[in-house]
Structures are given as C-alpha cells and as structure tokens.
Design a protein around this ligand. Structure first.
Ligand code: PMP
Length: 361
C-alpha cells in the first residue's frame, strides 16, 4: 500500500490512525455484531455515538452551554438558506462581507429572503485580502452580520473579527473548524461542512445560540428549521450515521492524540510557516494572498507561467503529491493543509518545489 499526500480542498485527508480504527471496527462495532453503517439510528449504540460526538465537540471547541450543536445534512451550502430563513426574522435585514465565492453565494441566497447589504468586498483584487471593516457602516438593526471566516478558494482568513455589538455574528467556518481555538461566545451562529477538518463528506455542523432558535420565517420548510433539529436531537430524520461516527473518531484524535486545539494550532502554524517561508524566498513561486491575511489551511500559489503551473501539477502527482491544482475559477496551484496533513507532507511538497525550481527556474 502506498498512500499519497492529498492536498485537496475537501473532501480531504483523514488522520491515518482514525482510518485504521474505523477499519478495525468496520464489521463489528465494539462487539455489537454489526457495522455503524448498518445500525439503526434509533439504537442505544448509535445514540451513544452521537452523544459522544457532540460532547467531544463541545469539549474540544469549548462551546458554552447556551449553544445548541446540530449534526445536519445538505452541506454548508444549505446553510446559505437556513441562516436567513431562521435568523432574518426581526428587521429582515442582514449584513454580508464578500471575501470570495462562498460568501458571495451565501449573500445571493440570503437576498431571496430579506434585505441584504454588502458592507465590503475584496473582489477588486480577486479576493486576495480581507477588507478592513468600519463598524459605522454596519446596519445597526440587522438580524445578523455574516462572514466567511476562512476562504477556501482564495486562501484568506480573518485574524480579527468584526465588532458587531449586539448584532449576532454568523460565520461559515467550513475550512477552518477545529484548526485552532475559537471563542464561540463571540458568535450567534457557526456552521461548517465537516469534509475538510472533521469527517468524510455528508455532515454539516451547526453551532447556534439558543435564543436564535425558534423564530424561523413562516415559509421555512420543516427540514430547514433549526428548531426541528434541536427538538429532534439531530434525529428528526435519519442522520448521516457513519459520518457522525467518523467525526467522533476525529474529535477523539484531536483531543487525545494531538492534545486539543492549542496544540492543533501549533501544528498547523508550523506546517503553514514552512510553506509560506519557502514561497517568500522562492524566485519561481509566489503566494497570491497579502501576508497579513494568509490562511493556515489553504495556500494558493503560482508561477508567472501558465505552462510551468501545468507542468508543476502534472509532475507533483508523479511525486505522490495530489490535488495541488488551484480552484477551476482561479487557476494556479493551491495546497490545502488541513488538520490531518502531516508535517512530513508539507516537507515533501516544499522539497519537491525546490527541486522543480532548480530545474525550471
Ligand atoms: N463554504 C466554504 C468556506 C467552503 O469551502 C465550501 C466547500 N468547499 C462550502 C461552503 C460549500 O460546502 P458544501 O459542499 O458542504 O455545501
């Protein structure tokens, strides 16, 4: 068996020891004679799994008691509608900051359900920075203020949060959940597709302050109402059982093997530094993001030649480094170095880049 280093933006690598544990338990989960893939979601065994996944997430992220944790389906993209349907219910106004494709999609969707205002955008420079925000321009009576915290395609991240006062801050944390400590109490709602840092695809995590639940717009479909899922303990309908189980294993890994989110952050900073330092010293490659807004998770980079970019991606695959092609809308290259990417994977990438520069620079 030869495993590759997978730099995909998601689904992405899972920790090898988690995959091994899942493999060990695949036919018989802890002596119950069946796989988690086969078992009823109404069984006490599965109830134990979802309860443990939730309590681990609460512990690892330090989620306060006045927040609900939901395990849903429909991807982060469904949250683009669920957020406005559930939260745009007072003034029917919301503020959005456009820092990339996902924030823009979310804003467009919300505009179907209420009045949205674009507070700032970094589209003028292909989303290579996080715009400076002036609270004086925020809508004082907005139902919420929306950001995409880590911008997967463009490789930017908010290092400081907007000061929204009493307006609930909502953040899409799909590509940075559990990559470093986050003060949940600063947010009204957080959501993430789990397929980057926490699990295989199929699970969407929502963390919502309890007072924001229960006021959904009249037309909200039952399945899109947070209250449905709070009342049903994330089991109003059949949940993605196996993905929740995998999420539980990954959270155990973060807590017990890594040692929690502060340690996770140290690992992620060390990996990102190795790659950014190389990019800053290279004469062939350069990072595309302004240094102060660089993401720890997604690192886009280019050479000045389309031909060399294509050659690089092709040759990297032969070296066991896969999915380094940039997003189809921006081109170039992108290395997604999520939690499960080992330091050795980034070392291998950097030494491959050095080699490539020697030959082609
Ligand atoms: N938000 C962000 C920041 C993302 O990176 C992605 C997916 N790459 C999405 C939303 C959409 O997620 P999903 O495919 O789970 O709908």
């Amino acid at each position: 068996m030869k495993r590759v280093y997978n730099f995909s933006a998601g689904p992405s690598m899972l920790p090898e020891e988690v995959l091994r544990k899942a493999a060990d338990e695949i036919l018989d989960y802890q002596g119950c004679g069946q796989s988690v893939m086969e078992m009823s979601h109404r069984s006490s065994t599965f109830q134990g799994i979802i309860d443990r996944a939730e309590s681990l997430l609460r512990e690892v992220m330090g989620i306060p008691n006045n927040y609900e944790v939901l395990f849903l389906q429909g991807g982060a993209s469904s949250q683009f509608a669920m957020v406005p349907l559930n939260l745009m219910t007072g003034s029917h106004k919301a503020d959005y900051v456009l820092t990339g494709q996902w924030a823009t999609k979310s804003w467009k969707e919300a505009s179907r359900y209420g009045e949205t205002k674009v507070i700032a955008s970094s589209k003028d420079k292909t989303f290579t920075y996080i715009p400076k925000l002036d609270p004086k321009t925020f809508t004082p009576d907005a139902d919420y203020f929306y950001i995409c915290m880590n911008n997967t395609i463009y490789g930017t991240v908010y290092h400081t949060l907007p000061e929204t006062g009493s307006v609930p801050l909502v953040a899409d944390i799909s590509s940075c959940i559990c990559s470093e400590p986050l003060d949940v109490s600063k947010f009204g709602l957080l959501f993430a597709g789990a397929q980057k840092n926490l699990a295989p695809a199929g699970l969407t995590i929502v963390i919502v302050r309890e007072d924001l639940v229960g006021h959904a717009q009249e037309l909200t479909p039952t399945m899109f109402n947070y209250k449905t899922h709070v009342d049903g303990g994330s089991m109003f309908n059949t949940p993605p059982c196996w993905t929740i189980y995998m999420c539980m294993l990954v959270l155990e890994w973060i807590r017990d093997t890594v040692g929690g989110l502060e340690e996770m952050q140290k690992r992620n900073r060390k990996k990102a530094k190795l790659l950014y330092d190389f990019l800053d010293s290279s004469k062939l490659f350069r990072g595309t993001v302004v240094p102060e807004d660089r993401s720890l998770m997604n690192v886009p980079f280019v050479t000045d030649s389309e031909e060399l970019n294509t050659k690089f991606v092709k040759e990297s695959v032969q070296a066991g480094l896969v999915n380094l092609k940039g997003h189809r809308t921006v081109g170039g290259m992108r290395a997604s170095i999520y939690n499960a990417m080992p330091y050795e994977g980034v070392e291998k990438l950097v030494s491959f880049m050095e080699q490539f520069e020697k030959v082609n620079g």
